[in-house]
Design a protein around this ligand. Structure first.
Ligand code: AHR
Length: 641
């Protein structure tokens, strides 16, 4: 009988070696933050425009810096003007003049590496226009073979700027379509903010999000949504930093900004990467609410990206507007409708507060300039908003000189959480599973704000996913200190990415989930409320004999949840004694197993996924689990009474 074996780690029954471990089901050693396991959204890899944000027209406002026609091909007499604009903060517009020339006159938009159109779906085409005489715009769609596949004609009659819109139901499917808008009556017309939007968006929201991508986020059951970056918060220069106030209010008047991931990697050059801010702070808060996550915005601390050339710093006596941005953001999220920013939120359609409780200041900063600036934020935030939990940064790496300097500084400033980032080899994740076992419990808590296992070729392989799963048992075991965690980055457009690996890959019509996605989902859907001590030879299980494990109790259901990664090349049996209960009953066993190089793809989106497997056998309070080689397993157990 397994239960009668002595207390050594492994025992042999016949030819089978059994690893013995114990769980104390009666003693909670930590409580898990309900916000645990979440997602980090940054507009990288065309994650926002061309990705989650459902707009299909690139450069709809003709505002791409120095290239107002980027994304468009013009023919005939087309000028870019800014006199008497329709939108003060996006002043450029296209002026088309047609005098019957054979070449015609118009604009063709290429979309975000093509426009994704699906047969049977309805789309809203809209633009703002004015014309001295009545004008007709012929709208034509071309598929990737360059065949004209659908068209409609739109009348414009207003002499003043006014919105024109039309709906159409697509008669074709193509992920690389293009749209042409031609002026077919003689005369001239001014056009701006030319938009093509699928009618069906996530939760049916106007100016909404691509349903399949947002649904993939909802299906992760994230506890937290960190946004909007990342380095994008910092900007290459301060002028192009992410400023939340530019991302709220009427969508047409949100000033377009460059995206700092445009020229970052010469081998992944994306000069057409800008931010329309159609997906702005209101939409982020709304998304967090829609997917049941708590929002965690990140704000600029008064420093531009330290990796970039400019390395700009706001002097301490000029930091007030930055601090005011933080105070105003809290008002935007939580203030009464009678306050300035609460009124804007209400006007935008959300009278109830969003319930903001976390605020991060700074992303990957380093050096003394960071705490110097953060200190001023902390002072003012504590004074005006002691209810807000402040997140500070420990720099770009989770070890080394900058990290060693910043942690004590974060303690000195008494921030609530410290954001740690680690993009490391799978081996690092495995050897760091005990990283938090010895962390100081008295200071700030930890937010693992960006992490991912990077294999040599930086692909989303099962090897990386398994290493993350094993490592995350260490996050869970230390839930008293590790309060939040978000994998990074989240999205990548297969034709326009800069950074890999990423959680979810998509093209203009489809998406697939990486093995890493499934690991995050397994954790988020099986987190439990309380951590229980799970030991092998009285020690936490953090890599001994290639085993990594954590145990939690879900106080709501009374279930015990075991998470066990076996990184060995062999299958094995593990006998878990659940001290404190008389009879165990296995309810569910989910196994995620595969080969190191296994990946998902558009062709095989479910090539490697977790699946429910045979329930382990239970003898009294001992659960015997067959672990496949290279597998991550979740076992849900109830006490049988
Ligand atoms: O996640 C991609 C980038 O990695 C983030 O923008 C930055 O914070 C980190 O360097």
């Amino acid at each position: 009988m397994i239960a009668l074996l002595s207390m050594t780690t492994s025992a042999t029954i016949g030819q089978t070696s059994v690893t013995e471990v114990e769980v104390n089901t009666k003693k909670t050693i930590a409580q898990i933050n309900p916000d645990m396991y979440g997602v980090f959204f940054e507009d990288i890899n065309f994650g926002a425009d061309g990705g989650l944000y459902a707009e299909l027209i690139k450069n709809r406002s003709f505002e791409f810096t120095d290239s107002p026609l980027m994304g468009w091909t013009s023919y005939g007499k087309v000028l870019i003007k800014e006199e008497n604009p329709c939108f003060e903060r996006n002043p450029h517009y296209a002026n088309l003049t047609f005098n019957g020339e054979l070449r015609g006159c118009g604009l063709i938009n290429e979309g975000f590496r093509g426009i994704g159109i699906r047969k049977g779906d309805t789309y809203t085409l809209s633009f703002y226009a004015r014309t001295p005489e009545a004008a007709k715009i012929r709208v034509e769609f071309f598929n990737s073979n360059n065949d004209q596949v659908q068209n409609l004609t739109v009348d414009v009659i207003s002499k003043e700027w006014s919105k024109v819109s039309a709906e159409l139901t697509a008669s074709f499917t193509d992920s690389h379509a293009r749209i042409r808008l031609g002026l077919v009556t003689k005369g001239s017309i001014d056009m701006d903010h030319i938009s093509l939007f699928p009618k069906s968006t996530f939760k049916g929201r106007i100016n909404g999000l691509r349903s399949d991508l947002a649904q993939a986020l909802a299906d992760l059951h994230p506890g937290i949504l960190r946004f909007p970056g990342g380095c994008i918060v910092e900007g290459n220069e301060l002028a192009s930093r992410y400023q939340w106030k530019n991302t709220v209010g009427d969508v047409e008047n949100r000033p377009c900004n460059e995206n700092r991931w445009n020229y970052e990697f010469q081998n992944r050059f994306a000069p057409d990467y800008f931010q329309s801010y159609g997906l702005g702070f209101f939409e982020f808060f709304q998304l967090a609410e829609d997917i049941g996550a708590t929002a965690l915005p990140v704000l600029n601390v008064g420093m531009s990206c330290q990796y970039a050339k400019a390395k700009e710093l706001v002097s301490l006596n000029e930091l007030d507007p930055y601090i005011q941005d933080a105070i105003d953001l809290i008002e935007f999220a939580n203030g009464e409708a009678s306050t300035k920013w609460g009124a804007l939120r209400t006007e935008m359609g959300h009278p109830a507060p969003f319930g903001l409780k976390y605020l991060a200041v700074g992303n990957e900063q380093w050096g003394p300039q960071y705490p110097e600036r953060l200190e001023l934020f902390v002072k003012e935030l504590r004074k005006q908003h002691p209810e807000i939990l402040i997140v500070g940064s420990s720099g770009p790496s989770a070890e080394g000189k900058d990290f060693e300097y910043l942690w004590p500084e974060m303690k000195r400033l008494k921030v609530d959480l410290v954001d740690e980032h680690y993009y490391k080899a799978p081996e690092w994740f495995l050897s760091n599973a005990a990283r938090y076992d010895s962390y100081d419990r008295k200071g700030p808590k930890v937010f693992a704000g960006e992490y991912a296992a990077h294999t040599r070729d930086k692909r989303n392989t099962f090897e990386a996913a398994l290493a993350e799963a094993a490592f995350m048992t260490g996050l869970e075991r230390n839930a008293d200190i590790v309060r939040l965690a978000t994998y990074a980055p989240l999205f990548a457009h297969v034709d326009a990415w800069q950074w890999g690996p990423d959680l979810i890959w998509f093209d203009n019509l489809k998406m697939y989930k990486s093995p890493n996605y499934f690991v995050q989902q397994m954790y988020a859907m099986n987190k439990g409320t309380d951590v229980l001590a799970m030991t092998m030879d009285k020690k936490a299980i953090s890599g001994q004999e290639n085993l990594y494990a954590s145990a939690t109790l879900d106080k709501n259901s009374g279930e015990i949840i075991l998470k066990i990664a076996n990184t060995k090349d062999n299958s094995r049996t593990i006998a878990v004694t659940l001290n404190g209960i008389k009879r165990a009953k296995a309810l569910k066993c989910i196994t995620f197993a595969g080969n190191a190089n296994d990946e998902n793809s558009f062709d095989k989106p479910l090539n490697i996924v977790p699946s429910e497997t045979t329930l382990p056998t239970c003898s009294k309070n001992v659960v015997s689990i067959e672990l496949k080689s290279k597998s991550f397993n979740i076992i849900r157990i109830a006490e049988e009474r």
